[in-house]
Design a binder for this molecule. Structure first.
Ligand SMILES: NC(=O)c1ccc[n+]([C@@H]2O[C@H](COP(=O)([O-])OP(=O)(O)OC[C@H]3O[C@@H](n4cnc5c(N)ncnc54)[C@H](O)[C@@H]3O)[C@@H](O)[C@H]2O)c1
Length: 260
């Protein structure tokens, strides 16, 4: 029997880390409903999952929209029979200081990165309670602990993810629902490619990734699959005593002072 056989998971974000986690869970036998806003990425994931005969469906969804999130949760409950796992990996990464960030972009960042987690919990936790418990993972970031210049909205949203994780963990421990966050360092995904283009315009992405990799004590950036392994551990029964925590997958980045 596979490790996640009989489990139903919703994973938001259909590229990068969300895709890798959806793939890891489905490969482990879970029924996965991935949801995201990117139509092309959603279609690609559907096709790849079908080719690999994985139990992985994809739903078009803006996680900042209550009705859309409610519909995704209803689909998991109606078509898969319930809900055991939620992974919140959908996010936006706007750039700018508070002066440079307009209110629309600030609000959009908070709606997707923070309210998206609230909405999946709001509609999803009652379904998990019907199954006797479950596990939730929120993708935070090292930027919720210590940040670089020019990412005010993003860093604030990730600090909020850490706090929201603790609040959800306390509120739902008695429901047998564990809630943890993962804080990755630099991970090779489309989001990091966009960051490279923003911070080092005109420089080849591989060169930027190599330079950023050197900032991590292990000497490289990480892969989405390495984050997915942490997610697989945290939702498994092996992590039964883990809730309310934040788990670094950062190649040692936060262990140092950034001064060599
Ligand atoms: N890649 C990194 O270096 C890194 C580092 C730390 C934290 N993270 C976090 O990991 C998570 C995954 O990021 P990633 O690196 O895989 O980036 P990514 O851009 O590949 O994935 C984010 C996904 O969210 C989706 N999305 C954006 N807005 C949405 C919305 N309104 N509704 C639904 N989906 C929406 C995007 O379409 C995309 O598929 C994010 O929370 C990110 O902040 C990433």
């Amino acid at each position: 029997m596979k490790e996640f056989e009989g489990k139903v998971a919703i994973v938001s974000g259909t590229t990068g880390i969300g895709r890798a986690i959806a793939w890891r869970f489905a490969g482990g036998g879970a029924s996965v409903l991935a949801c995201g806003i990117d139509v092309a990425a959603n279609n690609e994931l559907v096709q790849d999952a079908a080719a690999d005969r994985l139990s992985l469906q994809v739903e078009q969804c803006d996680v900042s929209q209550a009705e859309a999130v409610q519909a995704v949760v209803a689909k998991a409950a109606n078509e898969f029979g319930g809900l055991d796992i939620i992974v919140n990996a959908a996010a936006l990464h706007p750039f700018g200081t508070v002066v440079e960030t307009d209110l629309e972009n600030w609000n959009r960042c908070m709606m997707v990165n923070v309210a998206g987690i609230y909405l999946l919990g709001h509609f999803g936790i009652p379904q998990m309670k019907k199954r006797g418990g479950g596990a939730i993972i929120n993708l935070a970031s090292v930027q919720g602990h210590a940040c670089q210049r020019g990412v005010a909205a993003y860093a604030a949203s990730k600090g909020a993810v850490h706090s929201l994780t603790r609040a959800m963990a306390l509120d739902h421990a008695s429901d047998n629902i564990r809630v943890n966050s993962i804080s990755p360092g630099s991970i090779n995904t489309p989001m990091l490619e966009r960051s490279a283009g923003n911070f080092a315009p005109g420089v080849p992405i591989t060169a930027v990734f190599q330079r950023w990799g050197q900032a991590h004590p292990v000497g490289r950036i990480g892969t989405p699959e390495e984050v997915a392994e942490m997610a697989a551990f945290l939702v498994s029964d092996k992590a039964a005593f883990c809730t309310g925590g934040d788990y670094l997958v950062d190649g040692g980045l936060l262990a140092g002072l950034g001064v060599q």
